[in-house]
Design a protein around this ligand. Structure first.
Ligand code: HEM
Length: 386
């Protein structure tokens, strides 16, 4: 649930605010309580978002050269933009993801998921193992996103590969060789996006029409291609895995005594795909009584905030609809709060409703494994059998 080196730190009980050093010796301030995480997220004057996409393992010159050769730039556009252009760029993305446009995708998605679940059931009945991550969850959010914002016609596998490479390059502890490999993959995709940004319709067209530079277009699309699909596909896998260990909830879903929407919220609270998010202190200040110097990297432990006993009755139990279940911070808060939350919820609700009967009859052969990463859980194969 947290950077491995911090998880293994000797603190048996984390204080509200704790200084922690990362794998390269950089100090961060880890914030563990719901109220304090919220306070930071909703005070952009004191805590700026500028470091949200900074690489936690500094890039060596060789990897930077690779990125530069592909003209890779990540100017402030959305999550890392504390400047004047943020509201307008955000508004254009929000238009593309408007709740009515999201709702219009529901039937199409439900039909696709139903077909896949039916095929998987046949294979499970025949005694085969199936990988619910690869064969059900992984590409669904990308397919929906492509319909909503008219994405480039890149093959799904290439986009998934690039997105996971980006999450590793910016948020994982890495050695120099791996950084170079990842920089090549991310750089190549960036170049592809640059071509698309010049001609693409949909969101790319609206950003161009609003007068944004090619760098801004590429930056916004780059972020959206990662944030807008990889997060949700990770969440779908984490939630399905969790539900296989919650037979009473699966039974409740089937007989209608448990609401799908409540399961999704409780899932976001207990199994968020994004476990931490960063801000940087803009001025000298204090947080929960701890002095914070300007320039401090503040790591907000979103997953832990969701389990704060002050806000939720049974913090570690999966109880859909319990008091405080919806008060999680899985989507952040304030002016940068996730703009795709309704889309993610719609996708998760559709999958949960369709897959619940299948999950009730399987046993887990291989649970998904999550690599070491500051922010993203990135589960891999999730294999089940009847
Ligand atoms: C379960 C799935 C998802 C989770 C857990 C999630 C979580 C987050 C978090 C924690 C932030 C940072 C919020 C902050 O700084 O306060 C964020 C920002 C953002 N997310 Fe999501 N997200 C998800 C799905 C999506 C989807 C489906 C889209 C779009 C298709 C999306 C687009 C964005 C954008 C554009 C931002 C930046 C907003 C801004 O800075 O104004 N996310 N998300």
């Amino acid at each position: 649930m947290l950077f491995r080196s911090w998880e293994q730190a000797p603190q048996a009980r984390w204080p509200d605010v704790a200084p922690v050093a990362d794998h390269v010796g950089v100090e961060h301030l880890l914030v563990t309580r719901h109220a304090l995480v919220r306070q930071v997220l909703t005070d952009p004057g004191t805590y700026r978002p500028d470091n949200a996409l900074d690489a936690v393992t500094p890039m060596p010159v060789a990897a930077l050269r690779v990125l530069a050769a592909h003209r890779f730039r990540l100017p402030p556009t959305l999550a890392n933009n504390g400047g004047a252009s943020h509201p307008e760029i955000r508004a254009l993305v929000a238009d593309a993801l408007h709740p009515t446009r999201v709702a219009a995708q529901r039937d199409w998605l439900a039909a696709l998921v139903r077909r896949r679940v039916a095929d998987l059931s046949v294979r499970l009945d025949a005694g085969e193992p199936v990988d619910l991550h690869a064969e059900l969850a992984a590409d669904l959010p990308l397919l929906v996103l492509a319909r909503l914002v008219e994405l480039p016609d890149a093959p799904v596998a290439a986009v998934k590969g690039f997105a996971r490479a980006a999450l590793e390059l910016f948020w994982a502890p890495l050695d120099a060789d791996r950084q170079q490999t990842l920089a090549t993959e991310v750089g190549l995709f960036h170049q592809l996006l640059r071509d698309f940004a010049a001609t693409g319709g949909g969101l790319a067209g609206s950003l161009r029409a609003a007068g944004h530079s090619p760098d801004v277009l590429v930056g916004a699309l780059f972020f959206l291609l990662v944030a807008g699909q990889e997060t949700t596909s990770q969440f779908l896998t984490l939630l399905m895995h969790r539900l296989t260990g919650e037979p009473a909830i699966l039974a409740g879903l089937r007989n209608g005594s448990v609401a799908v929407a409540d399961v999704v919220e409780e899932g976001l609270r207990l199994e968020p795909p994004i476990v931490t998010w960063r801000r940087i202190a803009a001025v000298d200040t204090t947080l929960g009584g701890t002095p914070v110097a300007a320039g401090t990297s503040v790591v907000l432990w979103l997953a832990r905030a969701g389990r704060d006993p002050v806000t939720v009755d049974s913090p570690d139990e999966f109880r859909p609809g319990q008091r405080g279940s919806r008060r999680h911070l899985a989507f952040g808060a304030g002016v940068h709060r996730c703009v795709g939350d309704q889309l993610a919820r719609m996708e998760a609700a559709t999958v949960v409703a369709e897959v619940a009967p299948l999950l009730a009859g399987v046993r887990v052969v291989r649970p998904p494994r999550c690599p070491d990463n500051l922010t993203f859980r990135m589960p891999d194969a999730f294999v089940v059998r009847r």
